[in-house]
Every structure is written in structure tokens, then in C-alpha cells.
Design a protein around this ligand. Sequence first.
Ligand code: FNR
Length: 208
Amino acid sequence: MTQDTDTAARVAHAGHMTTIVAIPGSLRDQSYNRLLIHAAEELAPPDVRIVTYNIDDLPHYNEDIDTHQPPESVAAFRKAVEDADAVLIATPEYNSSIPGVLKDAIDWASRPYGTASLMGKPVAYITASQAPSGGTSAQADLKKILERARAHVVEGPQVAIGLSPSAFDAEGRLIHPQARESLRQLLQNLADVARQRARERETVRSEA
Ligand code: FNR
């Protein structure tokens, strides 16, 4: 990319809000991972908008219904991921892995093969879980799954919150200073990757 086209692409993109779709991996109303998404809303850079997408209406993945006209909820979910600049997953660990509902959602977004909404999409993940490790086994599985789906996994700093009283206050606000700083930095990194990708796509379009 030449300096001129780089600048043009930057200007073309200037002023745009970066949209991050946040997916809670827990369906529970009082979910700590939903609280983590609230913390992300609070700590995101000012030009980043976080939009929560609930995955509870997605059916179990089934190739028989994954046709050119998939269920409405699937089409809507795929479009939300497609339209987003980046995705943030906030999930608990279930039995040392990710909850089945989240795996289902990722499976839907990983198809059709080759044109899936997750392909090349910048994705970061954060976890809050009961074990002191805070969900690192779920994170390892998520990384493997997302890479297989050819998402662009944005790693670090790691946010894995063990559910101790020092993590959230009585109102459900994330209060652990190190966790807040790591989440702030992770969101910045995710937004930076998303903007770089948007600039590259803008340049390809303008050169076409
Ligand atoms: C759990 N939990 C759990 N925690 C953990 O750290 N490692 C694990 O392997 C598991 N396994 C597990 C399995 C199942 C089926 C459930 C329901 C729970 C506990 C889990 O971390 C805790 O319930 C969290 O509070 C769930 O996250 P939300 O719903 O608060 O976001």
C-alpha cells in the first residue's frame, strides 16, 4: 500500500464508529459474563460501540436446515456478525470447555464454508468462571474453534476472571483493577485490528 492510498483509506474511514458485537456465552439473566460485557461497554474506547447479541433463539446446528434459506434467527445472527467490525465473546467455562449454546452459535457463523461471517473477522474472548483460573480451559478451546472457523483471533492481554468477591461489587460492576486494565487494553487491541482490516478492505474497494 502506498502512503497516499493509506492516507486516503484512513480519511475515508475517519469518523466511523467501530461496532463490536458482544456475545454472552451464558443464557442466565444474572450471568457474570453479562456483567463483563457491561464492563466492556464502560471501558471501550470512545469511538467503539458495543452491541450485545443474545444467542438464545438459535436452533441447534443441523446441516439439513442450513440451506440457502436458513432459519430467520440464523440469518439475523450471521448478518449481525457480518456487519460488525469485530466480535467479543464473554463466556463461562462449562466442564472445562465452552457452553454448548456458544459452540452452536459459532458453528452457525462458521458456515457457509468459504464465505462465512466469521471468516477473517477480528474476535476476542473474555471469561468469568467459578474456578480460580477464571475459564482458561474454555479460552484454549475457543481459540482452537475460532481458528478452525478462520476468524482473526485477537489475543491479549488475557481477561479470565475467577469469581471471587474482589472481582465485582454489589451492583455488579467489575472492580478488580488489573482485570479492568486488561479489558481496556484488549478492547483497544481489538478495535485497532478491526480498523486496520476496515482500511485494507476500503483500499481494495477503491482500487477495484
Ligand atoms: C460450571 N461451572 C464451571 N466453572 C469453571 O470454572 N469450570 C468448569 O469446568 C465449570 N463447569 C460448569 C459446568 C456447568 C454445566 C455449569 C452450569 C457450571 C461454574 C460456572 O463457572 C459458574 O456457574 C458461572 O457463574 C457461570 O457463568 P455465568 O452464567 O455467571 O456467566
